[in-house]
Design a protein around this ligand. Structure first.
Ligand code: TRP
Length: 460
């Protein structure tokens, strides 16, 4: 098994990071949130946050990772000043915990997606026709179907495990290089179909025409939350990917590429979904159920070809989820291997052992969350089902806390000379916007994240 601990090229690194960033958040969450909070108006705020703050956080994590060539646990401690090492070690572990819970929750939706790929291939989705209540019932029966969705989830995580077994270059990087182009082709196919349907322009308008009256304070916070979630920052995954970056890689450029690609794919997802939804006369405010309840109906009303587009769509969702889950399991695996390594340099846990351990743990927890829609629906924490509970932890608490600590660390704790040296790849290139990035990282990002965190906690 390959134990090579870096990506083979800049392109491979970008593909892997884009694969991590592009996920269910882009294709399932971004379109419905944008619709909900005023289309174009939300979009302007979102773009502002993504490029101003999201990209800066991305750079911070990549810099920390490449500087130390370590996972978050060791990275933060080794860069911290002497008396503070214990404190920053906590942040490293918090990143691990966050990745762990995010993956466990992510697996639930990935399992559903895997199930829907199967049902669109087997024809059971097409057989439902265009009866909205029948389609909604199908989703309800499927998601509350006890162990059935769990098996799909297990199949999905097994696929992720196989990729991680392959190693950094022959697993993660190769999978990203194969899957990301497929994803782009699939999404373009859907965009073309969607935009050429009669009446599709109303969907484009819905997505892009700004309605500032719908843009509330809540919408602005949602934009920032979505920007961080979509870029996969705030849980140390990008620290790990940073540690795999080639030494000469221009981190500023790489982060900008990742941000741009992630945003572009989110926009394409909106263009693939809304024009078709409007053209077929459905309600765009489908919320989280948009993908599983509204879209099958849209495909079924397209006639025979709809069955093909349905397969294409759910396959797209699966590919997007897969590359994100891969990055999460990779992060966890790298962390545990490093944390168990002995001081004398002898390796602790082997890569395959770490991967298997976290595969078992996250899949088991994912099964519990999946079953919280059926057998475990009676179990409540703070009046919430287990899934809703973890959803709240994963959106309001953990990532914003990690992100906030990361910016403070990057802006105020890590020696500036190290930051500059890493940004310029030891003087190999000039980064003209360095001053601006530094300013954003030190002042703007921590403040914005603090606001998100506090309002998130008090508004819910
Ligand atoms: N960015 C992913 C998406 O858009 C979700 C995500 C959040 C993620 N944090 C992550 C994926 C960490 C991988 C690693 O769906």
């Amino acid at each position: 098994m390959s134990e090579q601990k870096s990506f083979s090229s800049n392109l491979g690194a970008i593909m892997a990071a884009v694969g991590s960033a592009v996920g269910l958040g882009n294709i399932w969450r971004f379109p419905y949130i944008t619709g909900k909070y005023g289309g174009g108006a939300f979009l302007i705020v979102y773009l502002f946050f993504v490029f101003l703050l999201g990209s800066v956080l991305m750079m911070s994590e990549l810099v920390i990772g490449r500087r130390t060539r370590c996972t978050p646990i060791k990275a933060y401690t080794s860069l911290a000043t002497k008396g503070q090492k214990g404190l920053w070690r906590v942040l490293g572990w918090l990143c691990v915990v966050t990745s762990f819970f995010i993956l466990s929750q992510y697996l639930v939706l990935s399992g559903w997606t895997t199930g829907y790929v199967w049902h669109s291939v087997s024809g059971s989705l097409a057989a439902l026709g265009t009866d909205a209540s029948l389609i909604a019932d199908f989703f309800r029966l499927f998601s509350t179907g006890g162990w059935n969705p769990v098996w799909y989830m297990v199949a999905f995580s097994a696929l992720v495990l196989i990729v991680i077994f392959g190693g950094v270059q022959k697993g993660v990087e190769l999978a990203s290089k194969v899957l990301m182009p497929i994803l782009v082709v699939l999404i373009l196919v859907l965009c073309v179909r969607s935009l050429t349907l009669p009446g599709s322009m109303r969907g484009v308008e819905y997505l892009f025409s700004p309605d500032f009256s719908k843009l509330t304070a809540e919408g602005i916070l949602a934009a920032l939350g979505q920007a961080l979630f979509s870029l996969s920052v705030g849980m140390g995954v990008m620290v790990v990917y940073g540690s795999y970056l080639p030494a000469n890689d221009n981190i500023f450029k790489t982060a900008m590429w990742i941000t741009a690609c992630d945003t572009l794919i989110a926009l394409l997802a909106g263009l693939a979904i809304f024009p078709a939804v409007f053209s077929c006369g459905f309600d765009p405010a489908g919320g989280p159920g948009l993908v599983f309840c509204v879209l099958p109906n849209v495909f079924n009303s397209m006639g025979t070809a709809g069955a093909v587009f349905s397969m294409v769509f759910f396959l797209l969702l699966l590919v997007a989820a897969l590359t994100s889950a891969i990055s999460l399991l990779e992060c966890l695996t790298a962390c545990i291997c490093e944390a168990t390594a002995r001081p004398d340099g002898k390796s602790g846990m082997r890569r395959w052992q770490g991967a298997l351990l976290f595969f078992l743990l996250t899949t088991a927890l994912g099964a519990v969350f999946t079953l919280s829609f059926s057998h475990l629906s009676g179990v409540k924490i703070a009046d919430l089902s287990l899934f809703d509970f973890i959803d709240r932890i994963n959106s309001i608490y953990l990532p914003p806390i990690c992100a906030l600590c990361t910016t403070i660390f990057f802006g105020w704790v890590m020696p500036e000379a190290d930051v500059r040296d890493e940004f310029t790849s030891h003087g190999a290139h000039r980064v003209r916007l360095y001053g601006a990035v530094r300013f954003l990282a030190r002042y703007v990002a921590p403040l914005a994240l603090l606001i998100v965190l506090v309002t998130g906690i008090f508004m819910n």
